[in-house]
Design a protein around this ligand. Structure first.
Ligand code: CTP
Ligand code: CA
Length: 232
C-alpha cells in the first residue's frame, strides 16, 4: 500500500544512508561504542530501494543481514564512516540525498594502545584521554557535493535542564546546518533496539511533522516523503 501511494518517486536518484554505531579502539581488544542497532538505517535503505532509488548503505557494526539490492559499505570507526559517507555522497557528480541515521562515537581515545592495557593491582586505574571525532553531518551540510543535495540528520533526545526535546532538536538542526532532522524522544528509553518508534520530522523551513508510533519502516517512508518533496 505504501509503495502504491508513493510510487517510484525516487527513481533515478542516488541516496546514501548511514546506519549502526561506530567503535573507537582503546587497545586491540577493547573499544568505546554505543547500543545503536542499525534498524532505522536499514529500514531507510529498504524504503528508498522500494521507491526506486539507487542506495548506498554505509553501516557500522550492524548485526542484521545486509538488505538485498543495496550497495553496502562496512565500516568500524567514526573516521572510517566519515570517509565512506563523504566518498559515496560525492560519487558520480553527487548523491541526491544523504541521511545520517548512524550513531557515531563522539569521542575517541587520543591514542589507542598498541598492546592490551593490563591491570596492575598496585597502580591507579588508567585515565582515558579523549578527543572529539569528526562531526560527519555538519561536514556534509557545510560542503554539499552537489547543489540541492538534501542532508538529513537524526537526533535522540531526552530533554532536561528545562529544555524540551523539541527545543533541543530545533537547536541541533540549526547547529548542524542540515535540511531535515528526525527527532526520536528517548526519554522513556524505549527507542533504541526496538522495532517501533515515534518520531518528529523537523525542517529548516517548515513546521514539525509528527510520525505516529509504528514500525521503523513508517518513519523511513516519512523521511523519504520529506526528502522527495525537497527534491521536487
Ligand atoms: N553525527 C555525525 N557525526 C558525529 C556525531 C553525530 O554525523 N561525530 C550525526 C548523527 O548521525 C545524527 C546527528 O549527527 O544524524 C545528531 O547526532 P547526535 O548524537 O544527536 O548529535 P551530537 O551533535 O553528537 O550531539 P550530542 O550527542 O551531544 O547530543
Ligand atoms: Ca552524539
Amino acid at each position: 500500500l505504501l509503495r502504491g501511494e508513493r510510487g517510484r518517486d525516487l527513481q533515478g536518484r542516488h541516496v546514501v544512508v548511514s546506519a549502526g554505531g561506530t567503535r573507537e579502539a582503546l587497545d586491540p581488544v577493547r573499544y568505546l561504542g554505543n547500543h545503536s542497532s542499525g534498524r532505522q538505517g536499514q529500514a531507510l535503505a529498504v524504503a528508498a530501494l522500494s521507491r526506486g532509488a539507487r542506495v548506498t548503505l554505509v553501516r557500522a557494526h550492524v548485526d542484521l543481514p545486509a538488505p538485498a539490492g543495496v550497495d553496502v559499505v562496512e565500516v568500524g570507526s567514526t573516521g572510517e564512516l566519515r570517509d565512506a559517507v563523504v566518498a559515496a555522497a560525492a560519487a558520480d557528480g553527487g548523491a541526491d540525498a544523504v541521511v545520517m541515521a548512524a550513531a557515531p562515537a563522539d569521542f575517541r581515545p587520543a591514542e589507542a594502545s598498541a598492546s592490551k592495557i593490563k591491570k596492575t593491582p598496585e597502580q591507579p586505574a588508567p585515565v582515558l584521554d579523549l578527543v572529539p571525532t569528526t562531526d560527519v553531518l555538519a561536514e556534509l551540510a557545510a560542503h554539499r557535493a552537489r547543489a540541492g543535495q538534501v542532508v538529513v540528520g537524526f537526533a535522540a533526545e531526552t530533554g532536561g535542564d528545562g529544555r524540551s526535546v523539541l527545543e533541543l532538536a530545533q537547536d541541533k538542526l540549526r547547529r548542524k546546518g542540515c535540511d531535515l532532522l528526525v527527532l526520536n524522544d528517548v526519554g522513556g528509553g524505549a527507542v533504541f533496539g526496538s522495532a517501533d518508534t515515534e518520531a518528529v520530522v523537523l525542517a529548516v523551513d517548515a513546521p514539525p511533522r509528527p510520525v505516529p508510533a509504528g514500525p521503523k519502516g513508517l518513519v523511513a517512508h516519512a523521511v523519504w516523503d520529506a526528502v522527495a518533496a525537497r527534491l521536487g
